[in-house]
Design a protein around this ligand. Structure first.
Ligand code: ZN
Length: 160
């Protein structure tokens, strides 16, 4: 997963990373560092660019079931439900797949709703004491931010 995202340290802004072709402006994600994948491209340099933090839900899949036998190797292991979501990035208009943040389900991700990218845990290796980071999508509306409506101060005393 090296080079797929940046800013998973404290205080940094988490962003997915892609590469953009200087010849045709095509953005690649996952990153492409060899040759531009656009067949009609005249050729150009590929440079790393941070992708949009926000996008809209394009489609969503619920993986809330246990795979049937013989795929279950350990029936006693807890099955963690997951939701896969395809998000169309705001600026790039490209679709990026990812897992929804923990606790976020299909009902929270209607098609066309706004989501943002956040760091998530891919898996934890307790023995090696390492956590592998990935990206998750979560609904923007679930978080009260500065864009919250209703913060315009009432015009008190303006009535004569
Ligand atoms: Zn190109």
């Amino acid at each position: 997963m090296a080079g797929w995202f940046t800013g998973d340290g404290p205080g940094e802004e988490f962003r997915l990373l892609g590469t953009r072709c200087s010849g045709c402006r095509t953005v690649h994600f996952p990153r492409e560092d060899g040759h531009c994948r656009n067949p009609g491209c005249p050729g150009g340099e590929l440079e790393e660019v941070p992708l949009s933090r926000r996008g809209t839900v394009w489609s969503c899949t619920d993986g809330r079931y246990r795979p049937p036998p013989p795929y279950v190797s350990d029936p006693g292991a807890p099955w963690v439900p997951y939701t896969l979501v395809a998000v169309e990035l705001a600026a790039e208009r490209m679709v990026v797949l990812g897992q929804a943040a923990p606790g976020v389900g299909v009902a929270d991700l209607p098609v066309g709703s706004a989501v943002e990218v956040v760091p998530g845990v891919l898996d934890e290796d307790a023995g090696a004491n390492t956590v592998h980071t990935t990206w998750n999508w979560r609904p923007v509306a679930a978080e009260a931010g500065p864009e919250e409506p209703g913060t315009v101060p009432a015009a008190e005393g303006a009535v004569s």
